[in-house]
Ligand binder design. Structure first.
Ligand code: FES
Length: 178
């Protein structure tokens, strides 16, 4: 993999990352720390960012790519404004978590791990939120929703989207009136 072939924009995000790299290039094993910071700055690690990290740290792009794809806390795709996490723990599994996933995949038009085209939702899974008595359970951002069924799940997502759209319309209206 060639680390020099991509045009890297000169903007504040990249400048911030460059400063971090300069300050940390001599710590032991800087690559993971740099990638963590890069993900914090950009939200995910597109190839362009990986090229930049490889170039600035003087390591092969293949090594950067290998690390990014090995650890599941690194993301190659952008995430949405809201993370929908469906519990796949035992209690939730027994109570029909897979039907909840199916309903969400159908409603959002994405698979687990994906993000909707409008970047509103990212669909993910987790293992036990400690709310097994409410199984099946999902979390949207920090909020827990329990005793789900497919219809209720879809309604929760639609309501959330409707509320966001209404808030946006209201904001636009407020701006116009100023
Ligand atoms: S198994 Fe789902 S919350 Fe515990």
């Amino acid at each position: 993999m060639e680390a020099q072939a991509v045009h890297i924009p000169d903007n504040e995000e990249y400048r911030e990352l460059k400063r971090f790299i300069e300050a940390n290039r001599h710590v032991p094993g800087p690559l993971i720390q740099v990638l963590h910071r890069a993900q914090k700055i950009f939200g995910y690690l597109p190839l362009e960012v990986q090229h930049f990290v490889a170039r600035e740290l003087g390591v092969p792009l293949a090594k950067v790519f290998g690390v990014v794809t090995f650890y599941n806390f690194f993301r190659l795709d952008p995430i949405g404004d809201h993370i929908v996490n469906v519990c796949l723990g035992t209690a939730c599994h027994v109570k029909g978590a897979s039907e909840i996933i199916q309903a969400l995949e159908k409603e959002l038009g994405i698979r687990v791990g994906g993000t909707t085209g409008d970047r509103f939702y990212t669909l993910s899974t987790a293992r036990c939120f400690g709310a097994c008595g409410l199984a099946p359970v999902m979390m949207i951002d920090e909020e827990v929703y329990g005793r789900l069924n497919p219809q209720k799940t879809v309604r929760i997502l639609r309501d959330m989207k409707d509320r966001a759209a209404a808030a946006e319309t209201q904001n636009a209206k407020n701006k116009e009136e100023k």
